[in-house]
Design a binder for this molecule. Structure first.
Ligand code: PBG
Length: 328
């Protein structure tokens, strides 16, 4: 049984129709979350050198993008802010400005495209002079004081109309604290997408340029983000975040961490979102620009592989391009 020549694996691969029939996974527009960088500068759009094809969007350009997302059927957008460096300080207090860039961006998307979900990062790094996700005491990122800040930031996002708050800071206990505050504040329906298994990764490099925190960042994030060599720790992180009230959990980066996506999807009955981060985008684009790979094919293949690994959704800078290709 199962021996050549009675078994020939290639029989099922010989036609397009057989390949389609036995296919396990299909990538659709419903799997995509579009990550966009929004900026408070006067320019309509600004290029990001390390991410060719991605631009920082003004609020007006963001409105146009949101309409496009809605037309394409992209379920949600995840927004990341680039603010005027003059607004940054050690405490990242601009994160608590009710009329700051993020609350404005939320309202802009909701006005332009009411069917598009809005996901916001909860973390201080776009707002701090030191580029860390939390508040510092000397060299240390202080956990519990940071959690209090994140709670305030999340409430302001929820008030502005954000559908999903996504704490990306990796402080301990923040999901429970944010959930309690949302419940108490009348935001029972605001969802939490927790960056549960977020690794201290070199693949975030281009993003830090995109939001203007690269030059600022002092040191690294290894005391709060996970060690790339670890596996079981991801299970513990996810277990805790689910217990604290996370509605969805994230693995980040994406492609080098597909084993983690698979292991979480085997172990937990919770939607898993994978983040195809800036460095993954940059790698595909750089190789494609050199003619070394077919960029569109590599992109669609990478997105399909997230599905195969067990992701329900994928945050990607490619969402618009992928949605257009999928629409034919
Ligand atoms: C930080 C944050 C990062 C990203 C999203 N939120 C970077 C970091 O942890 O330094 C990375 C996104 C990307 O690389 O595309 N709160």
């Amino acid at each position: 049984m199962g021996i050549f020549p009675s078994t020939r694996m290639r029989r099922l691969r010989q036609h397009d129709w057989t390949r389609r029939l036995v296919r396990d996974e299909s990538l659709t527009v419903n799997d995509l979350i579009w990550s966009v960088v929004v900026s408070d500068t006067a320019n309509p759009v600004e290029p990001i050198a390390a991410m060719p094809g991605v631009e920082r969007l003004s609020l007006d350009a963001l409105a146009e993008a949101a309409k496009e997302a809605q037309e394409l059927g992209i379920p949600a957008m995840a927004i990341f802010p680039h603010i005027d460096p003059k607004l940054k300080n050690d405490g990242g207090t601009e994160a608590f400005n009710r009329d700051g860039l993020v609350p404005q961006a939320i309202r802009v998307i909701k006005d332009a495209a009411p069917d598009v979900g809005v996901i916001c990062d909860v973390a201080l790094d776009p707002f701090t002079t030191h580029g860390h996700d939390g508040v510092m005491d000397g060299e240390r990122i202080v956990n519990d004081d940071t959690v209090a800040c994140l709670v305030e930031q999340a409430l302001i996002q929820a008030e502005a109309g954000c559908d999903v708050v996504a704490p990306s800071d990796m402080m301990d206990g923040r999901v429970g604290a944010i959930r309690d505050a949302l419940e108490a504040g009348g935001f029972q329906n605001t969802m939490i997408l927790s960056y549960a298994a977020k690794y201290a990764s070199a693949f975030y490099g281009p993003y830090r340029e995109a939001i203007g925190s690269a030059a600022a960042l002092k040191g690294d994030k290894k005391t709060y983000q996970m060690d790339p060599a670890n596996r079981d720790e991801a299970l513990r992180e996810v277990e805790l975040d689910i217990a604290e009230g996370a509605d969805m959990v994230m693995v980040k980066p994406g492609m080098p961490y597909l084993d983690i996506v698979r292991s979480l999807s085997d172990n937990f009955a919770v939607p898993i979102v994978a983040f195809q981060v800036s460095g993954e985008y940059a790698m595909i684009e750089a190789a494609a620009a050199n003619g070394w790979i077919d960029g569109d094919r590599a992109m669609l293949e990478s997105l399909t592989c997230f599905k195969r690994a067990g992701a329900s959704g994928i945050i990607t800078y490619y969402a618009r391009r992928a949605a257009k290709l999928l629409a034919g």
